[in-house]
Write a protein that binds this ligand. Structure first.
Ligand code: ZN
Length: 323
């Protein structure tokens, strides 16, 4: 019998990542296409359908091999009908993604939020190691999150469950967040937040060191510069890493006290800092988590990188469309 393939799609603001994945979560083929954001993103679903057809043709495969599509979109999802409430990046508002993509592809479609499918991918094939109670936090330009309880994503009342990035970390006088609040975790622990904090410290103090030298040479520093300098024991960089991981550890501990997860997976560009990040977060997590909660929770760096989304999309197909 022909092996069936699941289609995972990770829809981002600049690229659409696609993959054919087998039922064991192994990627058979993966590729990407640019996201066409023109005309309020009206071409996106057609582009995805064409990309799938072209790839099948290229591989000389028939569409009957495909079970369906699991897609992650950058915005809150109405789980009842697969509509995207709003995806500011794409120009979508109350956009019927499931219906449009089903019409264009003639395949059944399951829709979820992009951070949520990344969490499912890590649960299935990545650092989650199959743990059914898991918190996934993605530290990139922003801070995304996905919470899995008993193997299921927490969507909440109107699709905003798992918005870990908007946990209030600095209640008074915090920096403005894209969501309209101030002091969100995202303003502290995203790459953007880390750069802001570093720049403030560099301009408001005159502590010398590796980070200062980079700043003087380049006129700016990146989040990676901060962690690299901290690894070289740069005093200012260590202070920044301590501040960032304090807030991350605190937020995760408070969240974990309500969920008692088995795994906490940290992904996104900032997570490339590796052990220095995990160890510092762990220290604060242990301080702020209920002892029994701390005992159960293993904190690890995500392992799937950019593939987490498409593998999570495939998981949705396997679990929602195959049984
Ligand atoms: Zn926010």
């Amino acid at each position: 019998m022909m092996e069936k393939w699941l289609v995972g799609v990770d829809l981002g603001g600049t690229t659409v990542k696609l993959a054919f994945v087998n039922i064991y979560g192994e990627i058979i083929h993966k590729w990407e296409i640019p996201t066409d954001r023109s005309e309020q993103g009206k071409n996106i679903t057609t582009d995805i359908a064409k990309a799938i057809d072209e790839k099948l043709r290229e591989l000389d495969e028939s569409k009957s091999r495909l079970v369906g599509i699991g897609i992650g979109a950058p915005g809150p999802v109405n789980m009842a009908n697969g509509e995207i409430y709003e995806a500011v990046n794409l120009g979508w508002k109350n956009y019927p993604l499931k219906d449009r993509l089903e019409v264009e592809t003639n395949l059944p479609v399951v829709v979820d939020n992009d951070a949520n499918i990344a969490a499912l991918g890590e649960m299935w094939k990545g650092a989650g190691g199959g743990a059914k109670n898991l918190i996934c936090v993605t530290l990139g330009t922003g801070v995304g999150g996905g919470i899995i309880v008993n193997g299921h994503i927490v969507h909440g009342a109107n699709g905003a469950g798992g918005e870990i990035g908007h946990i209030t970390s600095v209640p008074e006088g915090g920096a403005r967040c894209n969501c309209g609040k101030t002091g969100c975790l995202e303003t502290v622990a995203s790459a953007t937040g880390i750069v802001r904090i570093a720049t403030e410290k560099l301009t408001q103090t005159n502590v010398e060191g590796v980070l200062r030298t980079i700043y003087n040479e380049q006129g700016k520093v990146t989040a990676k510069d901060v962690f690299d300098a901290a690894k070289e024991q740069d005093a200012l960089a260590l202070e920044i890493v301590d501040y960032v991981t304090f807030h991350l550890g605190l937020a995760l501990a408070n969240l974990a006290n309500g969920l008692n997860p088995e795994k906490i997976v940290i992904g996104g560009g900032v997570s490339k800092a590796g052990s220095i990040l995990v160890e510092n977060v762990q220290t604060y997590f242990k301080r702020f988590a209920f002892p029994r909660v701390a005992e159960a929770a293993d904190i690890a760096i995500a392992t799937l990188g950019n593939d987490a989304g498409v593998i999570g999309g495939a998981w949705l197909v396997k679990t929602k469309l195959m049984s």
